[in-house]
Design a binder for this molecule. Structure first.
Ligand code: MF3
Ligand code: CO
Length: 249
């Protein structure tokens, strides 16, 4: 069931999302050669708690950390570890969220450590741009397929592929609510977009093939062909005045 949020609820979500965005920005600014992914996770957790919110990934279906940190060929859900050090040239996808007064925020971005290859840079840029294409298509009166179509056509025109096994989602009092928000699709198909819907749009884009697999840790998702992958995500409200990005500081 798709839950439409009232103005009062959107105000709370905006705060949860502001905290989520602040934590993501902080972690992004701390990405540097030599830092461990566990150190980055700690920064995020401390920040979120200091703002009076709760890290909403922690214990979600048994997930052990505040952030998912996925490097290079890792697509999503990388588990922070004090054995994993970021190196110059890595691209580092950070996904995290906060819960405040019963409402969730969720966002992600891929950050560069030091000098990265031109191909990595282009992948990151294209993935970020595809998120904004998807957001621009999230208009009341449209349909869910409009979003996926916007992302997919943008990405595929540039030679990249869209991960199919994982999708965006509704968000509110639950981190994952209906509807699913695929990053691929057909214009005009799927459920109608209505004012008051809040969704997380989150393209996961590979340089190579779209296929992914889960590592034996049960969480880390990697590209099957070993190619680089990037991930950007915003929580967005659909309003009569157009899509509003909630995950901004
Ligand atoms: N926030 C992720 C998403 O974008 C889900 C992370 S799963 C978790 O949907 F277990 F790490 F929380
Ligand atoms: Co999400």
């Amino acid at each position: 069931m798709v839950v439409l949020k009232t103005g009062r609820e959107l105000k709370i979500m905006r705060e949860a999302c502001r905290i989520s965005a602040g934590a993501l920005k902080l972690v992004g600014s701390a990405v540097e050669a030599g830092v461990t992914t566990a150190e980055l996770d700690r920064l995020a957790e401390e920040y979120i708690r200091k703002q009076g919110a709760v890290p909403n990934f922690k214990n979600y279906e048994g997930y052990p950390a505040t952030a998912c940190i996925s490097i290079n060929n890792e697509v999503i859900h990388g588990i922070p570890s004090n054995k994993r050090r970021i190196q110059s040239g890595d691209i580092v996808s950070v996904d995290l969220g906060a819960k405040l007064d019963g409402y969730h925020g969720d966002n992600a971005a891929t950050f560069a450590c030091g000098d990265i290859s031109e191909e990595a840079k282009r992948l990151m840029d294209t993935t970020r741009e595809s998120l904004y294409e998807g957001i621009a298509a999230a208009c009341a009166g449209g349909r869910i397929g409009d979003i996926g179509y916007a992302v997919q056509s943008y990405v595929e025109a540039r030679g990249y592929s869209v991960v199919r096994q994982f999708v965006g989602h509704g968000i509110g009092t639950q981190m994952h609510e209906a509807p699913e928000v695929p990053n691929f699709g057909i214009k005009g198909r799927g459920i109608r977009l209505l004012p008051g819907m809040t969704i997380a749009i989150e393209p996961m884009i590979n340089i190579g093939k779209p296929d992914v697999k889960v590592l034996p840790d049960g969480w880390t998702v990697i590209t099957k062909d070993g190619s680089l992958s990037a991930h950007f995500e915003h929580t967005v409200a659909i309003t009569t005045e157009g899509p509003k990005i909630l995950t901004v500081v």
